[in-house]
Design a protein around this ligand. Structure first.
Ligand code: PBE
Length: 308
């Protein structure tokens, strides 16, 4: 994962260098803080208004961040501001442009690590958990009703690098569908493994649900395009996290490829696991945590300062 991010950083180096150079010229915060030991010597926490920039309220990473504000004594008085993944990305980009401090609820795979120089804050209390898998969940009975769709969903799996390729392409302006089609064209060998042993259909309907997180937009569009190429009539419906799990457990839709486990969606999995079918991992090496720009002189969640 980290090797991958380094490689990707190379691709975005032109952009990052510009940002860093602009930052150095406009602020001397970096030099002031470079000699410090405890972190947060420039009182970033106050500058950030003791606020973690979150995403959708229903996201697991937001819930974990809220838990962190309770578990870490030094986060007394901190709040997690919720909005959307898009708003978080905009706030992150603006903060970096001005070399201002910001803490966001972050996750990997995500294009932000290729575009910006970022780091995860250490989490000694392990509130955000360790390495995760992204798993595929389908409704009960799908195998009997729509065996070809079931098999493709079961066989779908790719790497963090694959997912990042699609995410970056979308971030750079390619439409979600076009980015998915392009990735499929360039990775036909992988796609052939997913469709292996299945037969084409004529217009069988399949509905997938997801949340508008950049990672899930990438995976869900790719799977949808593969299903379409096999003759399915595919609908993809964005929902909030809780309703996404419910839609599968209640049998309203075929399934989803967006289950982050064991930690991030652990509570939702416990709640619904008896009413859906777990088809296993479609991606290994995912992660969530608090993420900051590398120019910030803080390494651990414990370096942040409590609200006065
Ligand atoms: N995420 C991306 C999700 C799972 C996928 C990390 C934002 C969440 O926190 O629930």
């Amino acid at each position: 994962m980290f090797n991958l991010n380094l490689k990707r950083l190379g691709i975005a180096a032109g952009l990052s260098l510009t940002l860093v150079a602009a930052g150095c010229g406009s602020s001397d915060e970096g030099s002031e803080s470079s000699g410090s030991e405890g972190g947060d010597s420039t009182n970033y926490s106050e500058e950030m208004n003791y606020e973690i920039t979150g995403i959708e309220a229903g996201a697991g990473v937001v819930k974990a961040a809220q838990t962190a504000t309770e578990e870490y004594e030094n986060l007394a008085g901190w709040e997690v501001a919720t909005s959307s993944s898009g708003a978080m990305a905009t706030a992150l980009g603006e903060a970096i442009e001005n070399e201002e401090p910001i803490v966001v609820t972050g996750w990997t795979p995500h294009w932000k690590f290729a575009k910006y120089d970022l780091k995860y804050l250490e989490d000694p209390k392990e509130v955000f958990g360790g390495e995760e898998q992204i798993k595929t969940m389908v409704r009960k009975g799908l195998e009997g009703d729509k065996p070809n769709a079931y098999k493709i969903l079961d066989q779908f799996n790719w790497t963090a690098k694959d997912m990042e390729t699609v995410m970056l392409d979308i971030n750079e302006g390619t439409s979600e569908q076009e980015a998915a089609k392009k990735w499929i064209e360039n990775n036909q060998d992988k796609v052939d493994e997913w469709t292996k042993g299945t037969e084409k259909v004529e217009g069988t309907e399949v509905e997938l649900v997801y949340v508008n997180w950049d990672s899930e937009i990438a995976s869900t569009n790719v799977v949808a395009e593969v299903l379409k190429q096999q003759g399915f009539e595919v609908t993809i419906t964005p929902l909030d996290n809780g309703p996404m799990w419910e839609a599968v457990a209640e049998g309203e839709v075929a399934g989803m490829v967006a289950a982050w486990l064991p930690g991030t969606h652990g509570d939702l999995y416990e709640q619904h696991k008896d009413n859906l079918e777990d088809l296993g991992a479609n991606l290994e090496g995912a992660k969530i945590g608090l993420v900051v720009p590398k120019y910030m002189d803080v390494e651990s969640i414990e370096d942040l300062k409590p609200a006065e």
